[in-house]
Design a protein around this ligand. Structure first.
Ligand code: ATP
Length: 235
């Protein structure tokens, strides 16, 4: 579904990605783990077209999207849930959800998807008239995911959905990610919480200073001695 080939992404003179290659097949949950500054967010933003790689290529569903606009990429079926949620604090929960459907013209489908978001996250229905900024961190994460689903993505990019949330809320969010994947959405998950991410992921990649250093099935990476000591704080 998605293939990155040796992408190199820069911020001015700073090279954040130094030749990242990875693949995501339809139906998978693929996780990208790594320390702060390894380039995880930059990889997602390169895929969604927020920054464009200077070298290498990105293909989605067989089309070269390396230089495509974010608008084009969203309309092809990729949506990103950014780190820090980035909900609109002064819009209501419902208005935030509808912003996710900004590019869609099928009103009936959008109504169905709004209902689907409330079914996945019942708390959002209860709070649909409340300002987004008044929600708790966990609720804002649910809103950010619900908003992304309103674009009816084929591939959902999640940047650190567990960041700053209480353990029980994190568990709930991870269960919902699995549910979304079972409903047919392919997921790419960036996480500092490597333990939980590798437990739900079909496959994972380890990123270190702009390079992929390890890859494999989630369960294998969980048992890999290097991953255990560097990212899981075990052994
Ligand atoms: P984190 O978990 O802290 O977000 P990350 O693995 O997602 O880390 P990136 O945010 O992708 O890492 O950052 C990769 C590198 O690019 C880092 O060295 C970072 O300092 C640099 N970088 C990121 N964003 C910018 C920017 N807007 N301008 C300059 N450098 C940046």
């Amino acid at each position: 579904m998605l293939e990155l080939t040796a992408i190199e992404t820069f911020y001015g003179n700073i090279q954040a990605l130094k030749g990242v290659s990875l693949k995501v097949a339809q139906g998978e949950i693929v996780t990208l783990i790594g320390a702060n500054g390894a380039g995880k967010s930059t990889t997602l933003m390169s895929i969604s077209g927020v920054v464009h790689p200077r070298k290498g290529s990105i293909a989605f569903l067989g089309e070269d999207v390396t230089a495509s606009s974010t608008e084009r990429i969203v309309s092809m079926g990729i949506t990103q849930v950014p780190e820090g949620r980035m909900i609109f604090p002064r819009l209501t929960v419902r208005e935030n959800l509808l912003m996710g459907a900004y590019l869609r013209k099928d009103k009936a489908g959008v109504r169905d998807d709004e209902e689907h978001a409330y079914a996945l996250f019942p708390v959002l229905r209860e709070r649909r008239s409340q300002m987004g900024g008044t929600l708790s961190g966990g609720e804002q994460q649910m809103l950010a995911i619900g908003r992304a689903l309103m674009a009816r993505p084929k591939l959902l990019l999640l940047d650190e959905p567990s960041l700053g949330l209480a353990p029980l809320v994190v568990e709930n969010i991870f269960e919902i990610i699995v549910q979304i994947n079972k409903d047919g959405v392919t997921v790419m998950l960036v996480e500092q919480n490597a333990q939980m991410a590798l437990q739900i992921a079909h496959r994972g990649y380890v990123l270190e200073t702009g390079h992929v250093t390890l890859e494999g099935p989630g369960k294998d990476l969980l048992n890999n001695p290097k991953v255990r000591s560097a990212y899981l704080g075990l052994d």
